[in-house]
Design a protein around this ligand. Structure first.
Ligand SMILES: [Zn+2]
Length: 276
């Protein structure tokens, strides 16, 4: 076994050098044979965490025809999971994989424990005015950009109050603390960039959008200091056309493809920034 012999010889030579045998010094300092070098492992596929909103005893928004938010966002999350996994470039995990209730802070904890590279929370909204329709994208902020975004964050954060006895008193503190940590680590800018990329992806794919569609507010589910995160409202279940579209497989696939394109663009841009 020549390989073994060479290793033994090197070990002996190194030992001799340690004792001051100058003659073998040059030998011992010779560059190690190439075969000893470990091959560099291929880059780890990025981990995308998908968060289908609500679940279990929390149905989320209700459509005019009875569609439940928790069901349509799960269908679209599954479609997006398939899209992302198909290229072999991503690992995908879901904060919930069945119709079960998972608290918002537990969703955050699961993404953090898995060291996710990206977090996308998927929802469908509801409005008093049935004419309001279109998708919108949200990132975390202490002060909401407008009253509607503040009200939406309050609605989405109420998901935690579904479990009796769960205190939300520290929620605002948590948003403020997280934002400090996020801005130190560049996650605030990364999240905003992600949201803008999603808006562009939707508009390129012909997905109808709300005006001023990227908004900000204090969403409890977006409070991971290290993970760029956005919450996407895919449409309004209170609008009959949006409700119908959200349940149509072809539209679910179109939304998933647009989101996959945005995830691709997000990682391509962050690689380019790191190399620059
Ligand atoms: Zn929701």
């Amino acid at each position: 076994m020549p390989a073994l012999h060479r290793r033994d010889l090197l070990a002996v030579l190194t030992g001799l050098t340690a004792f001051g045998f100058g003659a073998v010094d040059a030998w011992a300092k010779a560059p190690a044979p190439k075969s000893v070098k470990k091959p560099t492992p291929p880059p780890r596929p990025k981990l995308v965490f998908l968060d289908p909103g609500h679940g279990g005893k929390d149905p989320g928004a209700q459509g005019v025809r009875g569609t439940q938010e928790k069901a349509v966002v799960m269908a679209i999350a599954r479609e997006l999971q398939r899209e992302l996994q198909a290229g072999g470039r991503y690992r995908v995990m879901l904060t919930r994989s069945s119709d079960s209730y998972v608290a918002l802070r537990e969703r955050v904890a699961r993404a953090q424990a898995a060291k996710a590279d990206l977090f996308l929370s998927l929802h469908a909204d509801s409005h008093d005015n049935p004419d309001v329709r279109g998708a919108s994208v949200y990132t975390l902020s202490e002060a909401a950009t407008d009253r509607e975004a503040a009200a939406l964050a309050a609605r989405e954060n109420r998901a935690d109050a579904v479990v009796a006895g769960l205190k939300l008193a520290d929620k605002d503190d948590n948003v403020a603390r997280t934002l400090v940590a996020m801005s130190h680590r560049g996650t605030v800018n990364d999240s905003r960039r992600l949201a803008e990329t999603i808006v562009q992806g939707f508009s390129r794919s012909g997905v109808r959008l709300l005006p001023r569609t990227h908004r900000q507010a204090g969403f409890a589910v977006l409070t991971s200091p290290d993970i760029p995160a956005a919450l996407v409202e895919l449409g309004y279940l209170s609008n009959p056309q949006d409700e119908k579209l959200l349940t149509v497989r072809q539209h679910q696939i179109a939304l998933a493809r647009a989101l996959r394109g945005s995830v691709d663009a997000h990682f391509a841009a962050s690689t380019a920034t790191r190399k620059a």
